[in-house]
Ligand binder design. Structure first.
Ligand code: NDP
Length: 434
């Protein structure tokens, strides 16, 4: 804590993992002897750089950007880029730390990292976003590569931004190195199902948790926070599995649509036209209402899927959700549930799937994109989605079995933390003091 002042989100993420590791360190004293925890808390490399660019009025703008290469014991650094005004070093470190364990949980050969900038792409023209991305990549390109560090999207970074970033990387390096970024368009090296993967995977994980209690997503009343990439495809998959998603949100407010959110309309409003969620209610007519402010959790649900941002589900939200009959929470976002809210959910015996397990489908499919790039192949939608489904079932099984093994049945937080930690710790030990 002394070494990293003013990084509360990073402290929160690290403490959450460490709280689970007591029993592991007892069984494996070699981890403590080799200072594995200290080595996992200190990123291998942290890059901070200036991004100068010119806006549409001809004014020079300066943003700050980061890439935190956290741990590469299991494979090249892998993790998204976030463009949002709230981005600072502590946020990127919390995300990078989480990413190390999440990537390990997928069972695929990827290390962990994260990056981003305090640039806000909302209300910026296409040209401004392109110039920012080009300037960002003009510095970042020297640090990344198929075998070193492979960024992807996150909040504020979708297919459009990845396209501009990849274009500039290709131009500077004169290499069509598809494996340097994931989340690419399907026509130029991207993988089918990558766009949908995080949201789909979150719902598949929720379904697996529910099955342990003889239930499923079928018939559930679901509330989702956010209306971006993860939220949209979580809604789609929830509907495919027979649930009804009655509400979703953005940072201004939320919509309630008791007949079920219309995913095509949502995509048109948020993904295609980049408008506010309020417009969804206006276009849907009498069927939906818009509520300014929030939180969306006051709508009430049996399954809650937080898919927007960190620390967005608080104790007061847990109270109202429990009153509405909540049975399961699966985190599509990273660390969206506050520590106190997690404790309340677990105390109330609500199934709780932490983000590092429940939202790992995105990075897992990114790793599948890397495999396709390396073999110059393109898999079918059916094959890729089947792989994603197998991976999510595997992650669920690993978390559940690990929790059982450590005498904590049903504790997916402990299961995910321990099952993610052990392979990284073993690799760190095997690679020596490097
Ligand atoms: P998007 O940018 O596509 O969407 C983000 C959504 O969350 C928007 O609706 C946005 O509202 C809302 N939001 C963002 N910040 C805030 C805030 N501070 N307060 C309230 N609402 C906010 O991002 P993604 O869907 O890609 O990411 C969402 C979450 O999922 C993040 O936590 C991310 O780290 C995590 N995640 C994403 C993965 C991916 O593959 N994309 C993989 C694994 C995790 P508005 O439009 O008003 O800003």
């Amino acid at each position: 804590l002394r070494r990293n002042p003013a990084e509360p989100e990073f402290h929160q993420a690290a403490l959450e993992v460490f709280e689970s590791l007591g029993p592991v360190l007892e069984r494996h004293p070699e981890y403590a002897e080799a200072a594995v925890l200290a080595r996992l808390c200190e990123p291998e490399r942290q890059i901070i750089f200036r991004v100068p660019w010119v806006d549409d009025e001809g004014r020079v703008q300066i943003n700050r950007a980061f890439r935190v290469e956290f741990n590469s014991a299991l494979g090249p650094f892998k993790g998204g880029l976030r463009f949002h005004p709230s981005v600072n070093l502590g946020i990127v470190k919390f995300l990078g730390f989480e990413q190390v364990f999440k990537n390990s949980l997928t069972g695929l050969p990827i290390g962990g990292g994260k990056g981003g900038s305090d640039f806000d792409p909302r209300d910026r023209s296409d040209g401004e976003v392109m110039r920012f991305c080009q300037s960002f990549m003009t510095e970042l390109y020297r640090h990344i590569g198929e075998y070193t560090d492979v960024p992807a999207g996150d909040i504020g970074v979708g297919g459009r931004e990845i396209g501009y970033l990849f274009g500039q990387y290709k131009r500077i390096t004169n290499r069509y190195e598809s494996g340097v970024l994931t989340g690419k368009g399907v026509g130029w090296g991207g993988s089918l199902v990558r766009t949908e993967a995080t949201g789909f995977g979150t719902v598949l994980f929720a379904d697996e948790m529910l099955k342990t209690r003889g239930a499923s997503m079928d018939g559930q009343r679901v509330v989702v926070s956010g209306s971006g990439n993860v939220a949209t495809y979580a809604i789609q998959k929830a509907h495919q599995l027979g649930a009804t998603v009655v509400a979703c949100s953005d940072s201004s407010g939320y919509v309630v649509d008791e007949s079920g959110i219309d995913v095509e309309l949502l995509r048109q409003v948020k993904e295609v036209e980049r408008l506010r969620i309020q417009v969804y209610a206006e276009r849907r007519g009498g069927g939906a209402t818009y509520v300014d402010g929030g939180p969306v959790w006051e709508v009430g649900a049996t399954v809650a899927l937080p898919c927007a941002t960190q620390n967005e589900l608080e104790p007061r939200d847990v109270k109202s959700l429990l009153d509405a009959g909540l049975v399961a929470v699966a985190e599509g976002a990273n660390m969206p549930t506050t520590p106190e809210a997690v404790r309340m959910l677990q105390a109330a015996d609500v199934l709780f799937g932490p983000g590092k397990a429940a939202n790992a489908g995105g990075v897992a499919t990114s790793a599948l994109e890397m495999q396709q790039n390396a073999s110059r192949d393109a898999w079918s939608e059916e094959f890729t989605e089947a792989r994603l489904t197998d991976i999510m079932i595997g992650i669920h099984e690993r978390c559940a079995a690990t929790a059982d093994q450590y005498g904590l049945p049903g504790d997916y937080v402990a299961g995910a933390n321990i099952a993610g930690f052990v392979p990284v710790a073993d690799a760190v030990l095997a690679l020596g003091v490097v």
